[in-house]
Design a protein. Structure first.
Length: 338
């Protein structure tokens, strides 16, 4: 049985408490929200913080505010279960409700938060292993070693961005609000990510994600499909998030974003551009799906073979577009597809 190492736990009541504790303890400290990713990583000695700054007691981080006209603001401490079942999210941002509802298992969704989900660690077959397993193969540069075992000639880590909600939030045009010692700032969610398996977040280590801000749904439809081995629970090895703004039956604007194909969510702008002004006919869907697969370049470091995951990108884009074609404008579907 793997055990947690000793650590000091600092519970917070306010965001200001958390900012102060992070500044006081610097690189010795990490934030913990639901702990559903962090604690397993600590047991495997992938993370070795001496201090944990606990966000669970911060009431201002919890809840969904706003309305249809203004859009929704989701507190980073809101659980995935609450996001997946919130009536406004289900009605106006169905892809987000679907993605949140497909993360891990019901117990973990009751504990896990959306803030933790957008910051969740990148994954790799050579890294998500016990300390003894990693030691036996000589470690890798993401933790304790100095080479990449997937691409030994590479100077970077290719661990995979594995959040279900990140590609969806990106496709919906969401912004993320962070608070740190220098105050608060808001940025498009894509600016939160870097294409690097180790330094995968572009925010400073002493900044806390406080809110996810969704623009008004206003004619947008959205869908999310997830590929994984077990339908009951598993990280995505491919996530396809599509949002399309409709003008009658024609697409006025669209975004197609992939999860789990790189160290950051990947947008296929070319393919989305092909949709603009078009009806979602079988011909258009086939053309867009062919083009969309381009930026999906999975490596051989997660479940399933990477050529299969690449092929499935095309299939899932086509399926997601067919789903969007039949969704009502503020469509409320929340079903498991994979
Ligand atoms: C068996 C299993 C299956 C899983 N399946 C999936 C899956 O299918 N899809 C998926 O996306 N995830 C999956 N997860 C991972 C995890 O459960 C989710 O990503 C969850 O949303 C993490 O949220 P949390 O609140 O528990 O984060 P924590 O574990 O508390 O933290 C995760 C990371 O985010 C940081 N963090 C947390 N909150 C904040 C904040 N507000 N600001 C800045 N940094 C923050 C922490 O420091 C840590 O680095 C799985 C985990 C397990 C154990
Ligand atoms: S991609 Fe390479 S460096 Fe990164 S976790 Fe995997 S083996 Fe390690």
């Amino acid at each position: 049985m793997m055990r947690l190492p000793p650590f000091e736990y600092l519970p917070c009541r306010t965001i200001a408490d958390a900012v102060k504790y992070l500044s006081d303890h610097g690189s010795a400290a990490m934030l913990v929200a639901g702990g559903t990713d962090l604690f397993p990583n600590m047991k495997r000695r992938q993370f070795e913080p001496r201090v944990l700054v606990g966000l669970r007691g911060i009431r201002e981080l919890v809840g969904v505010r706003g309305d249809r006209a203004r859009g929704l603001t989701i507190g980073a401490g809101t659980t995935l279960t609450s996001v997946a079942t919130h009536s406004d999210v289900v009605r106006d941002y169905p892809a987000l409700a679907t993605a949140a509802g497909l993360v891990s298992s019901p117990q973990l969704r009751n504990m896990g938060t959306i803030g933790g989900n957008v910051c969740v660690d990148t994954r790799c077959n050579y890294y998500n292993q016990s300390f003894a397993w990693r030691k036996a193969i000589g470690f890798c540069m993401k933790k304790d070693g100095d080479i990449c075992l997937v691409a030994p000639g590479s100077s970077r880590c290719w661990a995979v961005s594995s959040s279900d909600t990140a590609p969806v939030l990106w496709s919906l045009g969401a912004e993320v609000r962070v608070v740190g010692p220098a105050g608060e700032r808001t940025m498009p969610i894509q600016a939160l990510y870097r294409d690097d398996g180790i330094e995968y977040l572009a925010k400073r280590a002493d900044e806390i994600v406080t809110e996810l801000v969704l623009p008004p749904a206003d004619g947008w439809k959205s869908a999310y499909l997830k590929l994984r081995r077990r339908g009951s629970f598993d990280f995505p090895v491919l996530g396809v998030a599509i949002a399309a703004r409709m003008d009658g039956d024609r697409v006025r604007d669209a975004r197609i974003v992939f999860g789990a194909v790189a160290s950051t969510p990947r947008e296929s702008r070319d393919a989305a551009q092909l949709l603009v002004g078009e009806r979602l006919t079988p011909d258009v869907i086939a053309r867009v799906a062919d083009r969309a697969a381009g930026p999906s370049k999975p490596l051989d470091n997660t479940d399933f073979t990477h050529p299969y995951r690449k092929k499935m990108t095309r299939v899932f884009v086509a399926r997601a577009l067919r789903k969007i074609a039949v969704l009502p404008e503020s469509g409320a579907t929340h079903e498991e597809i994979s």
